[in-house]
Design a protein around this ligand. Structure first.
Ligand code: CAA
Ligand code: NAD
Length: 282
C-alpha cells in the first residue's frame, strides 16, 4: 500500500518543515501540536518558506497553492485513524515520545507506520511502548528540512524490512537522500556533531576564545556553513542538551558530559534562535 496521507506530530521547526516537504511531494498532511497558536506559527513558517521558493523561482505559484491546500491542522490525534503513517517531531524527551507512541498505536489503523524524527533516543525503546514495534522506525530529517537533503533512517530491534523499505521510498519521494544507521545513542549524525558542538561550548566556557572567534575559526578554517555555536542556537540549546544527555547516559562515558554553560543557558530559558537569545541575540 502506498503512503498518501500522513500526520506530523509537532509543529515546531522540524515538524513544520517535514509537513511542508511532504505536502510539496503530493501527500495529504495533518500537522498536530498541543495548542492552536503553535500550529498557526508552524503554518506561518511554511507559508514564508514556500513564498521564498516561489520568489527564487524554485516553485510555481500554482504548486505553492496546491501544497498549502494539502495541509490541514489539528490540536489532538482524533483524526489519526485516517492516516497511512505518522511522523513524530515533538520535543526530544523519551517520556513524551513514548506517551505519544502509545496513543498513536491506539488510534492509527493496523499496519500504519509510526516514525519518529528523534535526534538520539532509542527507536527500540520507543517501539516497545507500542504493540507494533515492527512498524516503528527512525526517520531523522535535518534542519532546515526544506533545504537539507539527508534523512537518517534507523531501524529498531524489531523494525521490519518492509517498514524500512517504505520509509526509504518515502524519503526519496520527498526529494531526500536516505542513509541507514543502526539504533545506537545519537545514531551517526548526532554522535559526531554534538560532541563537536559541546567542545565549542567548553572552549567558550574556559575562555579559549570569543564566540565570534570560535565560530569564525570553524567556518573559515573547516569550511563549515555555520560555526558550532551559531549551529547550536539554530538547533535549539534544549535539544542539544537533551541529545548530549542521551549520549552521556547511553554510553556511560564522561566524554559526552554536557558543558555546564549549556546547562545554565537552558535553565535560563536561553534556547537559541527560537527564544531570541542563545549564544547570539536574534
Ligand atoms: N525555506 C526555503 N528557502 C530557504 C529557507 C527555508 N526554510 N532557508 C533558507 N532558504 C534559502 C535562502 O533564501 C537562500 O536562497 P538563495 O541561495 O537562492 O538566495 C538559500 O536558501 C540559502 O540561505 P541563506 O543565504 O539564508 O543562508 P546560507 O547560505 O547560510 O544557508 C543554511 C543556510 C542552509 C541553513 C546553511 O547555513 C547551513 O547549511 N547551515 C548548517 C545546517 C546544518 O548543519 N544542519 C544540520 C543541523 S543538525 C540536525 O539537523 C540534526 C539534529 O538532530 C540536531
Ligand atoms: P521545537 O521545540 O521547535 O518544536 C517541538 C514542538 O513539539 C513544539 O511546538 C511543542 O509544542 C510540540 N509538542 C510537544 N509535546 C507535544 C505533544 N505531546 N503533541 C504534539 N506536539 C507536541 O523542536 P524541534 O527542533 O522541531 O525538534 C523536534 C524533534 O525533532 C525533536 O525530537 C528533535 O530532537 C528532533 N530534531 C531536531 C532538529 C533540530 O535541528 N532542531 C533536527 C533533527 C531532529
Amino acid at each position: 500500500m502506498g503512503i498518501e496521507t500522513i500526520g506530523v506530530i509537532g509543529a515546531g521547526q522540524m515538524g513544520n518543515g517535514i509537513a511542508q516537504v511532504a505536502a510539496v511531494a503530493g501527500l495529504r498532511v495533518t500537522m498536530v501540536d498541543v495548542k492552536q497558536e503553535f500550529v498557526d506559527r508552524g503554518m506561518a513558517t511554511i507559508r514564508k518558506s514556500l513564498a521564498k521558493m516561489v520568489e527564487k523561482q524554485k516553485m510555481t505559484a500554482a504548486d505553492q497553492a496546491a501544497a498549502l491546500g494539502r495541509i490541514g491542522t489539528a490540536t489532538d490525534l482524533s483524526g489519526a485513524e485516517g492516516w497511512d503513517m505518522a511522523i513524530e517531531a515533538a520535543v526530544e524527551n523519551e517520556t513524551v515520545k513514548k506517551d505519544l507512541f502509545r496513543e498513536l498505536d491506539q488510534k492509527c489503523r493496523p499496519g500504519a507506520i509510526l516514525a519518529t524524527n528523534t535526534s538520539s533516543i532509542s527507536i527500540t525503546a520507543i517501539g516497545a511502548a507500542t504493540r507494533r514495534p515492527e512498524s516503528v522506525i527512525g526517520m531523522h530529517f535535518m534542519n532546515p528540512v526544506p533545504l537539507m537533503t539527508l534523512v537518517e533512517v534507523i531501524r529498531g530491534h524489531a523494525t521490519s524490512g518492509a517498514t524500512a523499505a517504505a520509509v526509504v521510498d518515502l524519503a526519496k519521494t520527498m526529494g531526500k537522500t536516505p542513509l541507514e544507521a543502526n539504533d545506537s545513542p545519537g545514531f551517526v549524525a548526532n554522535r559526531i556533531l554534538l560532541p563537536m558542538i559541546n567542545e565549542a561550548i567548553f572552549a567558550l566556557h574556559e575562555g579559549v576564545a570569543t564566540k565570534e572567534s570560535i565560530d569564525g575559526i570553524m567556518k573559515l578554517g573547516m569550511n563549515h556553513p555555520m560555526g558550532p555555536l551559531a549551529l547550536a542556537d539554530f538547533i535549539g540549546l534544549d535539544t542539544c542538551l537533551s541529545i548530549l544527555q542521551v549520549l552521556h547516559d547511553g554510553f556511560n562515558d564522561s566524554k559526552y558530559r554536557p558543558c555546564p554553560l549549556l546547562k545554565k543557558m537552558v535553565a535560563a530559558g536561553h534556547l537559541g534562535k527560537k527564544t531570541g537569545q542563545g549564544f547570539y541575540h536574534y
